[in-house]
Ligand binder design. Structure first.
Ligand code: GDP
Ligand code: MN
Length: 387
């Protein structure tokens, strides 16, 4: 689960990570009053669109202005609009709140990220002295400027190690100490709140030598949310894909994508391989959808419903390898769905594994125009052709 920057900054403050004085507004008037309330001579304001995506700076979602009146007019222009950034997809995300804060006079921008390194099972701090831009861009242009530091969950980050990491960013003693304190707080948040990613980009150093989290991103592990009702309460459904929510309620994993070939697959690995195969055949998947290892007829039906809510979907590719999930159950689900919700787009089905023969018989006897395939390469090719 993602939260907004203003929420992450509140958590940061709680854990002692310095942030700029701020407040959040849902209306231009509130933004104006907030700005007036925190106004200080010689200090500008930043107005920041709150959406669950980065890349706002380049998209006009982060604006530095001088007066409360300008805070109001910039907020007015942002609130209620959809902001499209390189991370939102073409539909963008609606801006329901603006963060208003004192502009930081940044002299140097760093990057600090914390995540789990799945291959070693350890925590991984990622730092770079080239903050500000997307970490992906740094990785591409200056891979040597990204430094990874692994450490064990049990031992956490000792002060000594934190200072060692900080010294890759700065040579100044006071600044190193300030960065180390922030890194240690990041680890504390990560472990106490079951985060899956914490990113501060940029981590800014001011002219006066302070180190401040200028941006704040925290992602939480969905599987651990039941332990943190106070975090779950921060959920903002307006920023989430309603189809992903519906799928979750049905016990399906769904991720909407940009293409036009809808996919219904069992197993995350097979789903990813299917998406690759579609691309290899010259197509673009409209989604990732894993119906799981023991889907019921109703879940297969729900999968069709969710996929067909995407107007871009022009073909549906069903790729099932029957293990615990029996192919005849899937076939029955397909027919029921096709009848009830009137699947009008072409269907390409590949069934293999447990009771595959029975499954194909069921499909073969129906009056629907279903194309079957025996390998999933063939299925992908047929789906692309059906476009
Ligand atoms: P993102 O583009 O969504 O990651 O949003 P950020 O919060 O990172 O803001 C984008 C960029 O705006 C940052 O990389 C900074 O360069 C700049 N920025 C944001 N806040 C401030 C600020 O308080 N002072 C200054 N000088 N620049 C800022
Ligand atoms: Mn940022």
């Amino acid at each position: 689960m993602n939260i907004h920057e203003y929420q992450a900054k509140t958590l940061f403050q709680h854990y002692g990570i310095p942030v700029s004085e701020n407040g959040v507004a849902r209306t231009p008037e509130k933004a104006f009053f907030l700005a007036q309330a925190i106004q200080k001579p010689g200090i500008s304001f930043v107005v920041k669109a709150q959406i669950h995506a980065g890349g706002r700076g380049k998209a006009g979602g982060v604006r530095i202005v001088r007066t409360p009146e300008e805070v109001r007019s910039v907020s007015e222009a942002l609130l209620g609009q959809k902001l499209v950034t390189p991370q939102t997809g073409k539909d963008g995300r609606v801006v329901n709140r603006c963060l208003i804060e004192h502009a930081t006079e940044i002299e140097k921008e760093y990057y600090a990220g914390l995540l789990l390194d799945r291959s070693s099972g350890e925590l991984c701090l990622v730092t770079s002295s080239s903050g500000g831009m997307a970490i992906e861009a740094i990785a591409e242009k200056h891979p040597e400027k990204i430094i990874k530091h692994l450490f064990s969950v049990k031992e956490r980050l000792s002060e000594e190690k934190a200072l060692e990491v900080a010294s890759t960013l700065s040579g100044d003693e006071n600044e190193k100490k300030a960065i180390a304190r922030i890194l240690i707080a990041m680890v504390k948040i990560f472990l106490e709140l079951d985060a899956s990613l914490i990113e501060i980009n940029p981590l800014g150093r001011t002219k006066t030598g302070e180190v401040i989290a200028v941006d704040a991103k925290i992602q939480f592990d969905d599987n651990a949310l039941y332990r943190h009702p106070e975090i779950e309460a921060l959920r903002d459904a307006s920023q989430e894909d309603p189809r992903e929510k519906e799928a979750q309620d049905q016990g399906l994993s769904y991720v909407g994508l940009e293409g036009n070939i809808g996919c219904i697959v069992n197993g995350a690995g097979l789903a990813m391989a299917t998406m690759d195969m579609i691309r290899l055949a010259g197509g673009e998947p409209a989604n990732f959808l894993d119906v799981g290892g023991n889907a019921t007829k109703d879940q297969v039906k729900a999968a069709f419903e969710i996929i067909l809510k995407d107007p871009h979907v022009k073909v549906i590719l069903v790729n099932i390898f029957g293990g615990i999930l029996h192919c005849d159950v899937v076939a029955a689900g397909i027919l029921e769905a096709a009848e009830e919700i009137q699947v009008k787009v072409p269907l390409v089905v590949r069934l293999e594994g447990t009771r595959a023969g029975e499954g194909r018989d069921i499909l073969g006897k129906s009056s629907l125009r279903i194309q079957t395939a025996s390998s999933f390469q063939e299925a992908a090719e047929k789906a692309v052709k059906a476009l």
